[in-house]
Structure formats: C-alpha cells, structure tokens
Design a protein around this ligand. Structure first.
Ligand SMILES: N[C@@H](CCC(=O)N[C@@H](CS)C(=O)NCC(=O)O)C(=O)O
Length: 232
C-alpha cells in the first residue's frame, strides 16, 4: 500500500534528484523536498538513509529509504500504479528504455563531466566528440522509441524521457561555457523539439534549474572537481 509521508533528499542542481521529483509530479504524489547542502557536509539523515553511496537523491517513503535515481523512478511507478505509467508496459520496450538509461548514466553523462573538468584542449575535444556521438545515438533511439509521437515514452513522458531530460540543464551549460551547439536543428532535429516539449511539460518546468544560476554554479563547480581530481 502506498501509505506514509514521502520525502526527497536532494539539491536543486542535481539531475538525478530531478528524476525523482518529475516521477512524483507525474503521479501527483505530494512530497516534502529537503535540500541537502552538500558543500556544507552531508546530513545525518542522508548518511543514515544511503549508507552505501551517501548520495542524493534519496526517496523516503514512510520510514523506508530508496536509493539510486533510476531505481527510485521504478519504485514510484510500482508504488503508485495508476495512470500514467512511467515504464513501458511491453517487456521489450522496458528493456530498451532501461538499456538507454544505463547508457546515459554510465557512458554519456561522464563525457559531459569530462568536458567540464578538462584542462587541456585535447581532452575537451575528445569529450565533446563523445557527447556528439551519444547524441546521434539518442536521436536514432528517439525515432524508434517514440514511434512518431512526442516523447521517448510515446504520447507522455516516460522512463527514458526522465532519465535523459534531467541532463538537459547540464548539457546546455556545457554548450554555453564552451561556446558550442550540440543539440541543434542540423544534427539532432528530433531532439531539439523533444527537449522543448520536455522542458515545458507541467511535471518538469518547476524543477528544471534556472539556466543562468546553473551556469554560474557550473563555473564554480568544475574547477573544484578538476582540483580534486588532480590531488587523487
Ligand atoms: N547513480 C546515482 C548518482 C547520484 C549522484 O551522483 N548524486 C550526486 C549529486 S548530483 C551526489 O550525491 N554527490 C555527492 C557525493 O558524490 O558525495 C543516482 O542515479 O542516484
């Protein structure tokens, strides 16, 4: 039974946290958002709720913590099964959506981070070209998954829309900081209109971070990560 208060431990700038919030919005679940100030240290509640990774987001349902954003989306879909569904109902389509979501997390987003923290032109160029290759794959995947409709999930936002769309803010920041265009009409026309639809969707627009604020945050964060990487 879906009883008990719902809380999300997160931070405004985290793409992974957005995923949990979008899924809750889609299901019209009320929840309390607890902002974790990671730069000031992790709260006791976070350390207790995610002792393995100590990362956000954490969804707390009643007294039960759920960790890892993609698992959280699936938990929300299972726990509040009324329409709209987030995962596709067809087993093959579910497998495909999970495949691309794992690809985005394990391969594609690390290339975005690598561009942000690169201190040499060569490394930056390599990261940008990996990002472009990934976007070409996602353009093709969009054609197959959407079947001519507006989202990867069809008529409505689904699992892969949430997994990919949550990275759009950081993608735009990377474009801006580096003076490049990656999702554009010439290279990825379907993703251009998908991104517009995704960002203006009622379940998304209030949690999509302000672009200028995120850009300033990125300019402050990337050098810090670069410095940390250099000390390892
Ligand atoms: N695989 C995790 C990634 C979560 C993640 O990297 N969260 C970051 C914030 S964007 C975090 O908590 N960082 C703190 C740390 O690494 O100690 C998920 O999908 O939930």
């Amino acid at each position: 039974m879906a009883t008990g208060e719902v809380k999300v431990l997160g931070s405004w700038s985290s793409p992974y946290v957005m995923r949990a919030r979008i899924a809750l919005h889609i299901k019209s679940v009320n929840y309390k958002f607890i902002e974790e100030k990671l730069s000031e240290g992790k709260s006791e509640l976070l350390l207790k709720s995610n002792p393995v990774y100590k990362k956000i987001p954490v969804l707390i349902h009643g007294d039960k913590p759920v960790n890892e954003s993609l698992i959280i989306i699936q938990y929300i879909d299972d726990t509040w099964p009324s329409a709209p569904s987030i995962l596709p109902s067809d087993p093959y389509e579910r497998a495909v959506a999970r495949f691309w979501a794992a690809y985005l997390d394990e391969k594609w987003f690390p290339s975005v981070t690598s561009v942000g923290i690169a201190d040499e032109e060569e490394a930056k160029k390599a990261g940008i070209s990996q990002m472009e290759e990934g976007l070409a794959l996602m353009e093709e995947a969009f054609g197959k998954c959407s079947k001519g409709k507006g989202f990867f999930g069809g008529d409505e936002i689904g699992f892969l829309d949430i997994a990919f769309g949550s990275f759009l803010g950081w993608l735009r920041v990377t474009e801006k900081i580096n003076g490049i265009g990656l999702i554009d009409e010439a290279k990825t026309p379907a993703l251009v209109s998908w991104a517009e639809r995704f960002c203006s969707h009622a379940a998304v627009k209030d949690v999509m971070p302000d672009f200028d604020k995120l850009t300033e945050f990125g300019k402050m964060l990337f050098p810090k990560i670069r410095a940390l990487a250099g000390t390892r």
